[in-house]
Design a protein around this ligand. Structure first.
Ligand code: ADP
Ligand code: VHF
Length: 364
C-alpha cells in the first residue's frame, strides 16, 4: 500500500483562457480512484482556482495584482472543488476540501494540527483535495506556488511518492518552448547534477513558478526521502504509468532521509527572520557535529527577530552554515554577541546558554 501525493498545475486543470479541461480532469480522477480502490492513500493538491475564477469573471488574462488574484481564487475555488468532488463521488471516493496557508505550515502547532487532520482523513479513506487558501494570504505568508505546497504536504503526510503534473512531459535540458534542441531528462540521481541545465521561471499562461519551482519542490521532497516525478497531466497515460510504477516523465531519486520531521519542517517550512554571523571557530564546531551555537561565537546580528524565530547562520564571509531557531530575540542576542557564558547569564538572566540549540539547528 502506497501513499501518493499528486499535484495538478493550473496548466493541467485549465486551458489558457481559464476554461476547465473537463476530459483531462475526469481521466485523472479515474486514475486516482483506481489507486484508491487498490488500497493506496491518495492526496490531491490542485491549482486552478484563479484560472476558474478568471474564466467566470471574464478576465482576459491571469491578473497580477494580489487583490485580483485573491478575488479570482475566491470565485473559482468552490466551483473547482465541486468538480473533483462530483467526479470522485461517481467513482466511489469520498473527498474533503483542505485549504492551507504558509502560516499553517510555518507555525509548528498549526503544522501539527494540519498533519493530524490529514492523517485522520486518510485513516477514514477520504481523499483530501488541497489548495492554498489564497484569499487570506499575503506575499509574506504565501507558498508562492503549489509545487512547494505539494512538497510540504508530501512531507506532512509521510508520502511514499510525489507526482507533479504539468503541461509538459517533464524536465527538459532547456525550456523546449524556447530551445527546440532541448531533450527530456528521464532520471535525476542528484539535484546538484542539474546546475548545467537551463531551468527557468517561465511559466505556461496560467502557471506560477515554472519548471524551476518544480525542481526545488523535488529537491525538498527527495531530501525527505520521497521520490518525485514531474510528468504531463495532459498526455493520456503518463500519470497512469507513474502511478502503476511503470514510470514516465522525469524521476528524481529519493535521497536517504537525513532529517527528522521537525528538522525538515525547520529547513523548508519555517521562514527566516534574520541572520546571525558567526566566527570561524563556531562555524567549524557546528559543521563538525554535536555543538550548539553559543553567543561567544556570534559576531553580528542582522534583521529583526523574536526568540523562537528561525535565523540564517552564516560565516563572516557570508557562507551559509545552517538555519536554526534563536533562543533569544535580536536585541538580546546583539547584547551578548561575543560574550562568554558567565556574562550571558548575568545579562540575560540565565534561562538558556545557547544562542541556537543543536536540536533546533539544521546545517546546509
Ligand atoms: N527546462 C525546462 N523543462 C521543461 N519546462 C520548462 C523548462 N524551463 C521552463 N519550462 C516551462 O515550465 C512550464 C511549466 O511550469 P508552470 O507553467 O508553472 O506549470 P504548472 O501550471 O503546471 O505548475 C512549461 O510549460 C515550460 O514552458
Ligand atoms: N492557488 C492557486 C495556485 C497557483 C499556482 O501555484 O499555480 P501552478 O503554478 O499552476 O501550480 C490557484 O488555485 O489558482
Amino acid at each position: 500500500m502506497a501513499r501518493t501525493v499528486v499535484k495538478l498545475g493550473s496548466s493541467v486543470v485549465a486551458e489558457n483562457d481559464g476554461t476547465l479541461r473537463a476530459e483531462v480532469i475526469a481521466r485523472i480522477c479515474t486514475a486516482l480512484a483506481d489507486r484508491h480502490a487498490a488500497g493506496d492513500d491518495v492526496v490531491l493538491v490542485t491549482s486552478g482556482a484563479i484560472a476558474r475564477g478568471m474564466r467566470i469573471m471574464d478576465l482576459p488574462v491571469r491578473p497580477t495584482a494580489i487583490e485580483d488574484l485573491q478575488a479570482a481564487s475566491a470565485v473559482g475555488q468552490g466551483k473547482l472543488y465541486r468538480v473533483y468532488d462530483e467526479l470522485l463521488r461517481e467513482r466511489d471516493v469520498t473527498t474533503a476540501q483542505v485549504l492551507l496557508t504558509f502560516f499553517d505550515m510555518s507555525a509548528r502547532l498549526h503544522y501539527l494540527n494540519a498533519r493530524q487532520t490529514l492523517r485522520k482523513l486518510l485513516e477514514w479513506r477520504v481523499l483530501p483535495v488541497i489548495n492554498e487558501n489564497d484569499t487570506t494570504t499575503t506575499d509574506e505568508i504565501s507558498f508562492g506556488d503549489n509545487d512547494f505546497l505539494a512538497a510540504q504536504v508530501a512531507v506532512l503526510v509521510g508520502a511514499d511518492e510525489l507526482v507533479l503534473c504539468t503541461d509538459i512531459e517533464g524536465l527538459f535540458t532547456a525550456n523546449p518552448r524556447i530551445d527546440p534542441d532541448a531533450s527530456l531528462v528521464r532520471e535525476v540521481a542528484d539535484v546538484a547534477d542539474l546546475e548545467a541545465l537551463s531551468i527557468g521561471h517561465e511559466t505556461s499562461a496560467l502557471g506560477s513558478g515554472g519548471m524551476r519551482s518544480k525542481v526545488v519542490a523535488a529537491e525538498m521532497a527527495t531530501a525527505a526521502g520521497i521520490p518525485t516525478t514531474i510528468c504531463s497531466g495532459i498526455l493520456p497515460g503518463a500519470l497512469e504509468a507513474v502511478l502503476s510504477g511503470e514510470g514516465a516523465g522525469t524521476r528524481f531519486a529519493a535521497r536517504p532521509a537525513r532529517y527528522s520531521s521537525f528538522k525538515l519542517w525547520l529547513k523548508y517550512a519555517k521562514p527566516t527572520r534574520g541572520t546571525v554571523v558567526i566566527d570561524d571557530g563556531a562555524a567549524r564546531a557546528l559543521r563538525d557535529g554535536a555543538a550548539s551555537l553559543l553567543p561567544v561565537g556570534v559576531v553580528a546580528v542582522q534583521g529583526s527577530f523574536d526568540a523562537g524565530d528561525a535565523v540564517e547562520i552564516v560565516t563572516r564571509a557570508g557562507e551559509p552554515v545552517g538555519k536554526g531557531i534563536s533562543t533569544f530575540s535580536r536585541d538580546e542576542l546583539a547584547a551578548v554577541a561575543g560574550e562568554k557564558t558567565a556574562t550571558v547569564r548575568e545579562r540575560l538572566g540565565g534561562a538558556a546558554d545557547e544562542a541556537v540549540h543543536r536540536d533546533y539547528l539544521v546545517l546546509g
